[in-house]
Ligand binder design. Structure first.
Ligand SMILES: NC(=O)c1ccc[n+]([C@@H]2O[C@H](COP(=O)([O-])OP(=O)(O)OC[C@H]3O[C@@H](n4cnc5c(N)ncnc54)[C@H](OP(=O)(O)O)[C@@H]3O)[C@@H](O)[C@H]2O)c1
Length: 325
């Protein structure tokens, strides 16, 4: 996975952990399609290059590439149902990965690290919209407390590295991400890719499409390619240690029902939509404010949701045999 841009030594060596995942591949695409710069050498890692839960392997991969900048995406990630089953594993793996990456970055003098939190780590009982100041205001939803607390500790660590060593380690907070190269597993994945996979099969079999839960919960979805462009801006321009929410606006929040209907339209599915109320809905909503982002980037244009869903469905259909399922 770890591809190095050849030629002369570049002044910036940007190491992307989790480079083989949904977000990492979107960053690689955006960089290779014109947003990369002359002075940047990009290195995308997968777990095959190093198991980042291991301090030794993390150190070795950092010494090998000697990055000046790090985008830290690697994490144990999953949808609601996988999170509910494995809270301990989510906590331990993610705490180890994050501590290994941040500490190596500090020890090897990395100039900047941008890590990745998530809006699903915010307090369960909160006022809406949530913003960057509220991360630690109360316990997260019980379904994913292992993942949530591990992610919250990145913010704690970033502040501590800044306080003790003046490190520029920061974090972004995306809402629900989707796009090509997602995990389209129907049991363990996130809601949108899981539904896209189910819709694909429903179309093939001429059957109905069953949505888990009531369809009423509301979410803000961000297209992975939009997120990738925002990551580049954060890496290059954003100077705060405090995290920043990367999200579409509150007005662009959609219900799971809306999302399912967009998939039906994108796939030209004829069968009916059925809601399985015996399955958990998870958090009803987690509406996030993108006010801070808008203050920095008032002109940024997000891809319209239906267009992004269509592009993702088309990618999945074209790449069905090799897609992560
Ligand atoms: N997806 C979302 O909706 C969402 C929302 C908010 C925040 N985020 C955050 O965004 C980041 C990227 O998520 P994603 O959706 O792109 O995840 P993903 O598609 O599941 O990719 C996860 C990446 O982490 C790597 N990885 C996992 N365990 C590792 C280990 N022990 N050592 C080294 N690498 C390891 C994987 O490598 P392999 O390919 O080799 O397994 C893969 O590259 C994560 O930090 C996640 O918490 C995601």
């Amino acid at each position: 996975m770890a591809g190095e841009g050849g030629g002369a030594e570049k002044s910036k060596r940007i190491l992307v952990t989790g480079g083989s995942g949904l977000v990492g591949r979107a960053i690689a695409k955006v960089v290779s399609e014109g947003e990369g710069r002359e002075d940047e050498d990009w290195i995308f890692l997968s777990s095959r290059d190093a198991d980042l839960t291991s301090a030794e392997q993390t150190r070795a991969v950092f010494e090998k590439h000697r990055p000046t900048h790090v985008i830290h995406l690697a994490a144990m990630v999953g949808g609601l149902f996988r999170n509910m089953k494995y809270n301990l594993d989510f906590w331990r793996n993610n705490v180890h990965i994050n501590d290994n990456v941040l500490h190596c970055a500090h020890e090897l003098g990395v100039q900047k690290v941008v890590s990745c939190l998530s809006t699903c780590i915010f307090p369960d009982k909160t006022t809406y919209p949530i913003d960057e100041t509220m991360i630690h205001n109360g316990p997260p939803h019980s379904s994913n407390f292992g993942y949530s607390y591990a992610k919250r500790m990145i913010d704690v660590q970033n502040r501590a590295y800044f306080q003790q060593y003046d490190c520029k380690f920061t974090a972004v907070i995306p809402t629900n991400v989707f796009g090509p190269h997602d995990n389209f597993n129907m049991e363990d994945g996130h809601v949108l890719p899981g539904l896209i996979h189910k819709a694909y099969l429903a179309k093939k079999e001429g059957s109905s499409l069953t949505v888990w839960g009531s369809g009423k919960p509301r979410r803000q979805f961000i297209y992975s390619l939009d997120l990738a462009r925002l990551f580049l801006w954060v890496l290059r321009e954003y100077q705060e240690v405090e995290p920043i929410i990367l999200s579409v606006g509150e007005e662009d929040e959609v219900s799971i029902r809306d999302a399912a209907e967009s998939i039906v339209e994108a796939m030209a599915l004829k069968g009916e939509l059925v809601y399985d109320g015996t399955k958990s809905d998870g958090q009803f909503k987690k509406t996030a404010s993108n006010k801070k982002l808008r203050e920095y980037l008032p002109q940024f244009k997000f891809t319209p949701f239906k267009q992004a869903v269509k592009e993702t469905c088309d990618w999945f259909v074209t790449n069905y045999d090799t897609a992560r399922k």
